[in-house]
Write a protein that binds this ligand. Structure first.
Ligand code: SAM
Ligand code: SF4
Length: 266
């Protein structure tokens, strides 16, 4: 499908939960005021239907994110339901990696192709600080498990602050080099209490070449991360919600005041 600005939209990012087993300070407040009600979270059948409609409209890349996708109960089953949809060329996941030692192999067997794992430092103490309590050894083991399970290429997402990259970013770069991992630096966005701040001109992304739509864990189709626009698939129907998201996809994002980042899924 093409949007109003002739961009080919073939990528859907799906947030499967707003819950997380970490509390990264740049993403979530220590206590989670944005918590969705259980009944508002999409069921697996609904997510699979969205993927089927999207695939029929020309989407061939799906990424599962969150929150932390691996804390969604029976996530392996969801992956196999999605991978059974005809027409997909890529099925990936963004994860903090903590639970990958247990999940990497079952996920690969269920049809997941690859993972992006978030890692902002290689220092255990700093990692604990950034994530408010996370154990970096589990992430290292998760990365290893992903490689062994063939979830390749394993990519690392490293959030960096403004200014020149510090020793944390250099440490992560070294680690990735030594372990044959692809590294992507992500500019930290200014979130206040879990919400986006102003990102003028969509400095969070490459708007000209944006190829994606997003689905929140409570069923809102969003044309852009930096926009308040969203279309409820339960109210409008999946097809209509997707069409409306496509038709209103802005040339450039500006600001999002309504959604929590960890619900839309980075
Ligand atoms: N829990 C998973 C994880 O951490 O990989 C998936 C969801 S997380 C919201 C997706 C990505 O968004 C992660 O790579 C994370 O580092 C990034 N992220 C979170 N808060 C951010 C912020 N304020 N600015 C830029 N990236 C952010
Ligand atoms: Fe959780 Fe990922 Fe947000 Fe960290 S960045 S709090 S791991 S959702």
């Amino acid at each position: 499908m093409l949007d109003r600005f002739n961009r080919k939209i073939n990528y859907l990012r799906i947030s499967v939960t707003d819950r997380c087993n970490l509390r990264c300070h740049y993403c979530m407040p220590a206590d989670n005021p944005c918590m969705l009600r259980h009944q508002d979270i999409l069921r697996f059948e609904e997510i699979q239907q969205v993927v089927a409609v999207a695939a029929a409209l020309g989407v061939d890349k799906i990424r599962l994110t969150g929150g932390e996708p691996l804390v969604r109960r029976d996530i392996v089953e969801l992956v196999s339901m999605i991978s059974a949809v005809p027409g997909l060329s890529d099925l990936a996941m963004t994860t903090n990696g903590i639970l990958l030692p247990d999940f990497a192999l079952p996920l690969a067997r269920a049809g997941l192709r690859r993972v992006n794992i978030s890692l902002d430092t290689t220092d255990a103490v700093k990692f604990r600080e950034i994530t408010r309590g996370g154990d970096i050894q589990k992430v290292f083991k998760g990365i290893e498990a992903a490689r062994e399970a063939g979830l390749l290429p394993v990519k690392v997402n490293c959030v960096v602050g403004p200014g020149p990259h510090g020793e944390d970013a250099r440490g992560v770069a070294d680690y990735c080099m030594r372990n044959g991992l692809q590294l992507r630096f992500i500019q930290q966005m200014d979130l206040q209490a879990g919400h986006f701040g102003i990102v003028e001109g969509g400095s969070g992304g490459d708007c000209k070449h944006c190829n994606r739509l997003r689905l929140t864990s409570d069923g809102k189709m969003k044309p852009c991360l930096f926009s308040d626009l969203s279309y409820d698939i339960r109210q409008l129907g999946i097809h209509r919600a997707m069409e409306m998201a496509l038709d209103t996809k802005p040339e450039k994002g500006t600001v999002n005041r309504l959604n929590c980042f960890h619900n839309i899924g980075g």
